[in-house]
Design a binder for this molecule. Structure first.
Ligand code: DHE
Length: 496
């Protein structure tokens, strides 16, 4: 073959995505498919399609494949794959699918399952535990959830969930029902009183999270794929409306997250690929959208206790923005190093003023910010980056984990920050060498439950006054746990 021929063969080679003897599809199947789906539509990891990678530049995608992504389960592949292989994989994920899958009204309607007719089950719990002091514990290891009695600290019931639940399950206002969203789009409604899944529907292909309206009547689901918001009747999960997530600029977008803002009678959603926040009044069955234009993208956000202000950040920015939800205007900018995890932000009173604190998924620091002046009061050093933070009105400490980057110095720790001195007061190691993650408190704040994030893991329960372990319950990779009372009363110490 002459030089020209060789070049042509080489170009064909790259365009078809084959490298050496290994076709790129095979490399994808071997290294990526188990998390991102055989068809690139997402699994425990997000969908890898050009439509969903609009904000990730190719050189950054190459870095992510090589070195991994902080604060996610994405590991680096530079020890397994060469530079050219990583580049070929990058080209592959930016290639359009011959046909984009459709998940619209018809598909959602066809997926709807009513396991039990709505309203047909008794209105009394079939167990004796205080229904408001139950915990829902998500066990990611084998896709189950456990209901735990928060007084006796004993499991009441364990049941199968859909594959890879993510985000906090959300409760009906009375705490009787809990709604779960799975990464692959399934929404399930579980009747806690009767220990039964009553309805399910697949609202998307790759889902972000869901919210339940303050009046308990409507569920809103935010999707990465397709780019949509889906409104469901909370009674039986029947479909009310599909709203394409398209910004005023015409850009189709993933949804960063959705929340309910009960004091405002609305849902609040942020778009991920265009700088917009949507407020949707849930009392109006037309579900009108109010668009608020933000200065920057909103990947992660939370609210003040009155839901007047939204506090958000873009993943790669060092600035947070505070948006007044009434005027739709930015009222302050925050100085936030690294990658703050505002979705896990909490608030409390410090010297008579409200403060917020957020863990950081890149740096070993917890930022504490005055919510009147919006100045950083303190950056509290921790042993390593953390994912989740929680507190309770009856404990003097804010508890934060240190497992965001798998850093061995912090991975197995829970750091307790004194809410009045803003100093690290204690460091607990529930099981040395094993990942400790996510904490939740009992209704009265007497107990703190920490996960040992392992397939053969456990829930470690501490007495919050003595900081002594009182019980350890074996579980399969327990992740989040959610106390019914703390959630439905929107405790300041917990994400809502
Ligand atoms: Fe989460 C909540 C986004 C990775 C476990 N996570 C949330 C929420 C958002 C979010 C927007 C709030 C939704 C809600 O509660 O309704 N999570 C993201 C990401 O963007 C990120 C970094 C990348 C991704 O994979 O999507 C991410 N999250 C993870 C994980 O890798 C975790 C540790 C394991 C998993 O399940 O995949 C994880 N996220 C959780 C948990 C919550 C959560 C347990 C609920 C926390 C709570 O206390 O409410």
């Amino acid at each position: 073959m002459n030089m020209r021929g060789m070049l042509a063969a080489c170009c064909l080679f790259l365009v078809s995505g084959a490298l050496a003897d290994v076709p790129v599809e095979k490399m994808y199947a071997e290294h990526c498919a188990s998390c991102h789906g055989a068809d690139r539509l997402g699994g425990v990891g997000p969908a890898l399609l050009p439509e969903n990678l609009a904000r990730l530049r190719r050189p950054d995608a190459i870095k992510v494949i090589a070195d991994g992504r902080p604060a996610s389960q994405m590991a680096g592949f530079s020890d397994k794959l060469g530079k050219a292989e990583i580049e070929a994989l990058t080209g592959f994920i930016y290639t359009r699918l011959p046909q984009m899958p459709v998940w619209g009204r018809n598909e959602i309607l066809a997926s709807h399952i009513r396991h039990v007719p709505a309203g047909s089950l008794p209105d009394k719990p079939v167990f004796s535990a205080d229904p408001l002091n139950l915990f829902v514990v998500v066990e990611l290891g084998d896709h189950h959830a456990t209901l735990l009695d928060g007084d006796k600290l004993e499991p009441v019931h364990r049941f199968a969930t859909r594959f890879a639940l993510h985000g906090g399950p959300k409760f009906s206002p009375d705490g009787r029902f809990v709604y779960f969203a799975s990464r692959d789009g399934w929404v399930s409604k579980f009747d806690i009183y009767n220990l039964k899944t009553v309805a399910e529907v697949r609202a998307g292909i790759n889902t972000r999270n869901l919210a339940v309206s303050g009046d308990g009547k409507t569920v809103l689901v935010g999707n990465y794929l397709p780019h949509s918001l889906v409104l469901l009747d909370a009674n039986d999960l029947s479909l009310l409306k599909v709203i394409p997530a398209v910004g005023a600029d015409g850009k189709s977008s993933r949804v960063s997250a959705v929340y309910q803002a009960e004091p405002r009678g609305s849902f609040v959603a942020a778009l991920k690929d265009t700088r917009e926040v949507w407020e949707i009044a849930y009392g109006d069955k037309a579900f009108p959208i109010r668009r608020i234009v933000a200065d920057d993208y909103l990947d992660d956000f939370f609210f003040d206790q009155d839901y007047k202000l939204l506090i958000g950040t873009a993943r790669d920015s060092h600035k947070g923005q505070v948006i007044d939800l009434d005027t739709g205007k930015k009222v302050a900018e925050l100085d936030l190093p690294g990658m703050p995890h505002l979705g896990s932000g909490i608030t409390w009173e410090y010297r008579g003023r409200p403060v917020m604190a957020t863990p950081n998924m890149k740096d070993g620091v917890v930022s504490v910010i005055d919510m009147q002046s919006w100045k950083t009061i303190k950056e509290i050093k921790t042993l390593g980056p953390g994912f989740f933070m929680r507190s309770h009105e009856n404990t003097p400490y804010a508890w934060t984990d240190g497992f965001a980057t798998g850093n061995p110095a912090s991975n197995d720790t829970m750091t307790l920050i004194d809410k009045q001195t803003l100093e690290v007061a204690h460091i607990l190691r529930p099981e040395p060498g094993k990942t400790a993650a996510h904490v939740e408190f009992s209704r009265d704040g007497k107990y703190a439950l920490v996960s040992i994030w392992e397939m053969d893991g456990a829930l470690v329960i501490y007495d919050t006054a003595t900081l002594k372990e009182v019980k350890r319950i074996p579980m399969k990779k327990p992740s989040g746990k959610y106390n019914v009372y703390n959630k439905i009363t929107r405790s300041a110490g917990t994400s809502h």
